[in-house]
Design a protein around this ligand. Sequence first.
Ligand code: TYM
Length: 337
Amino acid sequence: MKKRAFSGVQPSGVLHLGNYFGAIKRFTDFQDDYDCFFCIVDLHSITVYQDPEELPKLINDTALYYLAAGLDPQKATLFVQSDVPCHAELSWMLECVSTFGELSRMTQFKDKSKGKESFSSGLFTYPVLMAADILLYDTDVVPVGEDQKQHVELCRDLAQRFNSRYGETFKVPEAVIPEFGARIKSLQNPDKKMSKSDPNPLGYISLSDSKDDIVNKIRRAVTDSGREIVYSPEDKPAIANLMTIYSLCTGLEFSEIEEQFEGKGYAAFKQALADAIIETLAPVQEKYREYAESGIISSILKQGAEKANEVSSQVLKRAKQRMGLSLLLDPTKRKLS
Ligand code: TYM
């Protein structure tokens, strides 16, 4: 039997190059060898306010980009989190197994709540919902970028704690993080990751950016002192980040890039980088348009939700039984409308 892979992306704004190289493009590497479940985690996105008029479009767009990046719905199950009620239910059960202390130590929570007078409780319990997502599918591997590593560690801790308290219930999953591209940095500040919540759009390249946008953003990307193209993350973090993106787009090694641009300076490198990004994104944008026009996405998401409900409801039932909760409403017998 194939091992299972699970991952998710929030529909909370534009998808950017970090999401592409750190996650959705890599998902396609798993679909032949793993039984894959990929989720659009809309419940996670509402931990901060989302415009209810806009959210359905963002959910749809995120699904379309999964397909445009090469995800094959015949091979992988693609679904929306809020179409599968087991996620929110298991999340509550796991909240009762997690501690306030361990959730307080989550760096993403600390970053996102920093300096804010008020934030939702959901922002605090966010990683527990993520653990529920993963554990409901008896997941073996979780392909994610570097920033989600701590959350997957928490998921492992919760699974182990639940298993030792209530008896063997959950498979303990592992994060799979790529060697390169796991942490693409902001184009404006190489100390920060490229992020869709960045208020400055010059910090990220969105998957829908036009050629002109890409050229402009790369031209204005910050660089380091000097003018040599050498890979040295400590001394030249901005150039190292741009070289990482160039390497991911072209498949060239850092030594080959250094050779290609020896004595040529930043302007020539930036021009080539912009071209490489445009070339990488052109087929993705083309496929995005094709899938959008075909209108096929709603039936793909419906089929995905059916399969996800089937699998997750069995695991939820198992967990409810172990905890001694009521099973008058059998989760495996609920139906989608
Ligand atoms: P999200 O939506 O922030 O990001 C989606 C995926 O993109 C990766 N990523 C990056 N990779 C490299 N460089 C970057 N700058 C960069 N920014 C984002 C993320 O690591 C992630 O893999 N909590 C998750 C969503 C989630 C999830 C899950 C993931 C919910 N449930 C279960 C895995 C399994 C998140 O916020 O991702």
